[in-house]
Design a protein around this ligand. Structure first.
Ligand code: AHR
Length: 540
């Protein structure tokens, strides 16, 4: 603080000299320049970003479900990514599910996995994907590349995957081209304990016990690939579907998520909140991708600094969009019973050269790490309303955490951010006040540094910091209140280039490292964040 005042004083003093004396004498010119130089030097070590944390004032829990993932029948997400078939002798698997991918995701402790789409969900008829594989019909995946879908990965395989991962399934029901009966049967097939045609069918197919799946989406992007509906029509459709999706076990009942708005379509949210009885709707989905321009995206790896900045501005829009939807929801639901579920988010670029344009396979660089870090900070800070989110998509599609090529697998920079942030799962949100400088490029500005903080039951405080500035390091000072900190340690993800990424030949190019650059002095933590870096601190 004292250094801050000294710097301000010196700067004002020099300005005064410059104004009053107007630098007439040569000596004054030299003196002024010298003082200015000293001021600049002094300000180098002075925090441009100051953060205040009241470690004893947490009110909301950061649901671990904010760290959810999404797996669609799209490109090589399911086939080749998660599932390689029971007969595959080259790639280690359990009942066809890749062991390497499962192990990597178990390390992330992923809380939920959304399936089977996306747009695919509204073309998916679940009965095509059960029973003997040789009897399952082959269909065309009309949304994604027009390839043949042999239905060898269906309900049992997906729920086996979730059990192997130790994660909760989130199933998106077909509203666009399905029927109320079909979706209601699916819920019964999966969840019903007693005797019914659907539970008997499940048992015939080898599963005695119900799976008790809690999270169900009622259609996907009803405003687009899910049926091009008007929200005024969708609300009635939703009410009908939701009425017949019934299941409860013990005190638990299913959690139904309406197909919500795209980006900042607040009207969509308003009509859902107004016209759907809230006992029928536990969550509203919302999709927002960080895309420069839908008609002219950028290369995933060969992008310019300007394209980086615009992508970050699009990612930062998430803050405004969540605030907007939360404000609308607050008007109808002051107690915040209905969750905002950001069930698709991430960066969207051109596909890798030479790959099927319908497969959405893209590389993943430090730019993606910045999107992930900043977006997860935004979600954490809105934990009162945002209680679930799903990065699009887990393996080989869009902003993936894992990429595969035959038997090879690599972890992306986004994977490491998810890993560094996992201490936030189900921890208490500690509200953070931040003053930072702007990162300005292409005439637009966003805050350079973002932060979120949480406290675990054992008292450990986690502080995640992201500096999106592509050029400048950021000195940061954190004022810790309500806690007697004993020590701080951390991890950092940084690289020499924004475009840095991992390849199958060099899978460890971008990797987090231990970070000892944070200094604890009483109740102050100071550190300097390198340009485009993510730092997660653990304070005891
Ligand atoms: O994630 C890819 C696609 O993006 C999904 O299928 C769809 O819901 C969204 O438009």
């Amino acid at each position: 603080m004292i250094r801050y005042f000294i710097s301000v004083f010196l700067t004002l003093y020099v300005s005064y000299l410059a104004l009053v004396i107007r630098l007439k004498s040569k000596i004054m010119k030299y003196l002024t320049s010298l003082l200015l130089f000293i001021c600049l030097l002094a300000s180098q070590g002075i925090a441009q970003t100051t953060i205040t944390l009241h470690a004893d004032e947490g009110e909301y829990t950061i649901s671990r479900h904010i760290y959810g993932h999404f797996s669609e029948h799209l490109g090589h997400c399911i086939y080749g990514g998660f599932y390689v078939g029971e007969d595959n002798k080259m790639i280690p698997n359990q009942r066809g599910i890749r062991t390497d991918v499962v192990n990597a995701l178990k390390e992330l402790e992923i809380p939920n996995l959304r399936w089977p789409g996306g747009c695919f969900a509204d073309t998916y008829h679940w009965k095509d994907g059960i029973g003997p594989k040789s009897d399952r019909p082959k269909i065309v995946n009309t949304w994604w590349g027009g390839v043949t879908e042999d239905n060898s990965f269906g309900t049992h395989e997906f729920l086996d995957l979730c059990e192997q991962l130790g994660t909760e399934p989130f199933i998106s029901g077909n509203v666009g081209s399905g029927t109320v009966q079909e979706l209601s049967d699916w819920v019964q097939y999966i969840n019903f304990n007693g005797e019914s045609p659907m539970s008997e069918l499940r048992k015939t197919n080898g599963r005695e016990e119900p799976w008790k799946v809690k999270y169900w989406g009622v259609g996907n992007e009803a405003w687009g690939c899910g049926g091009n509906m008007r929200v005024e029509h969708y609300v009635d459709v939703y009410r009908k579907y939701a009425t017949f999706m019934n299941a409860r076990w013990g005190d638990e009942r299913i959690f139904r998520i309406a197909s919500g708005p795209s980006d900042d379509n607040y009207h969509w949210t308003e009509v859902l909140m107004r016209d759907i009885p809230h006992q029928l709707m536990q969550g509203i989905g919302m999709h927002h991708y960080s895309v420069i321009n839908w008609n002219k995206k950028s290369s995933a790896t060969e992008f310019s600094e300007e394209e980086y900045a615009v992508t970050m501005q699009k990612a930062y829009d998430m803050e405004r969009i969540i605030r907007g939807h939360s404000a609308v929801m607050d008007q109808y639901d002051a107690d915040r019973r209905v969750a905002l579920v950001v069930d698709e988010w991430g960066g969207w670029y051109d596909v890798e050269p030479g790959t099927n344009p319908g497969f959405l396979f893209q590389q993943n660089t430090m730019r993606d790490a910045m999107i992930a870090g900043m977006t997860l900070n935004i979600f954490n800070n809105h934990a009162d309303r945002v209680r679930m989110a799903n990065l699009a998509q887990t393996v080989n599609v869009l902003q993936a955490v894992v990429l595969t090529d035959g038997e090879k697998m690599l972890l992306t920079p986004t994977y490491y951010v998810m890993d560094m942030y996992k201490a936030h799962h189900d921890a208490t949100l500690i509200p953070a006040k931040i003053h930072t400088v702007d990162y300005t490029l292409e005439g637009k500005s966003i805050p350079a540094v973002s932060v979120s903080a949480s406290k675990k039951e054992n008292g450990t405080l986690t502080i995640s910091l992201v500096n999106v500035d592509s050029r400048s390091a950021q000195p940061v000072s954190i004022d810790l209140r309500g806690m007697h900190a004993q020590g701080v340690q951390g991890q950092i993800l940084q690289a020499a280039k924004l475009q840095a990424h991992n390849t199958f030949d060099q899978p460890e190019g971008v990797h987090p490292a231990n970070y000892n650059g944070a200094k604890l002095d009483g109740d102050q933590i100071t550190l300097t964040m390198p340009p485009f870096s993510v730092i997660v601190l653990s304070v005891r």
